[in-house]
Design a protein around this ligand. Structure first.
Ligand code: GLN
Length: 228
């Protein structure tokens, strides 16, 4: 059975995420169909989900108004993998430190928007990322990126449904002393844009090498831990 992947397509690098998902999946012997998500009704069919960057206030407004927010929460509650990048990480967090963002509360972390300042609007950094298929630094592209300000802040305090079960958020990578990649259960969040490099190891980590996430097994499968 081919996998179905969804990319939240209200804003951001939708095609680039779709390409990275296809590369990561095919390298592991999965066929994958990628669907763009602009309205409700698609997420329930998806095995994997990516929520791209863009502008977090806009993305959060649209995922709620289109009825996608509740479906993303159900997806995560079912243990299916979600990769949330840059503004997607802000929206997935439990505390965006900004009232204009209506967060999903899927990662028990607080974030700081635009944490790396104006001078460094965008930059590339070689990151050591825990859990990658090999030890090569990951070439991470940061664009007006957030950072994680606090890990494990517990359930969100605004009464939203969601949260991420009993798992703790763990830091997978830091830059400049600040956490920039985190994982909690089946959710991986990055402050950077893994879709903007040819290196699909972050997509591989989020979707195929995360033991806490459920992805349908391949038929006649060798274990999905085989590095690509
Ligand atoms: N590249 C991005 O996704 C930038 C995120 C944006 N600075 C925000 O706070 O929403």
């Amino acid at each position: 059975m081919p996998l179905t992947a969804g990319v939240v397509a209200v804003q951001g690098d939708v095609e680039e995420h779709a390409d990275a998902i296809e590369r990561a999946a095919r390298a592991r012997g999965h066929e994958v169909t990628v669907r763009e998500i602009r309205e409700s009704g698609i997420v329930p069919d998806c095995d994997l989900l990516a929520m791209p960057g863009g502008e977090s206030t806009t993305i959060s407004r649209l995922v709620h108004s289109e009825g996608i927010a509740a479906e993303i929460r159900d997806h995560v509650a079912a243990g299916k993998p979600l990769l949330a990048t840059c503004a997607g990480l802000i929206v997935a967090s439990s505390d965006p430190n900004d009232d204009r963002v209506d967060e999903l509360g899927l990662l028990d972390v607080a974030v700081e928007r635009n944490a790396f300042g104006r001078q460094k609007d965008s930059f590339e950094a070689p990151l050591e990322v825990e859990g990658l298929a090999d030890d090569e630094p990951y070439p991470a592209v940061f664009i007006r990126a957030p950072a994680v300000a606090d890990v494990d802040i517990g359930a969100d305090d605004n009464g939203d449904e969601g949260g991420n079960g009993d798992a703790n958020a763990e830091v997978l990578a830091t830059w400049d002393g600040r956490p920039v990649a985190v994982r909690q259960g089946s959710v991986v969040g990055t402050a950077f844009h893994p879709e903007l490099t040819p290196d699909s190891r972050i997509h591989g980590l989020a979707f195929f090498e995360n033991e806490a996430a459920s992805v349908p097994a391949l038929e006649n499968e060798k274990p999905a831990t085989d590095p690509a």
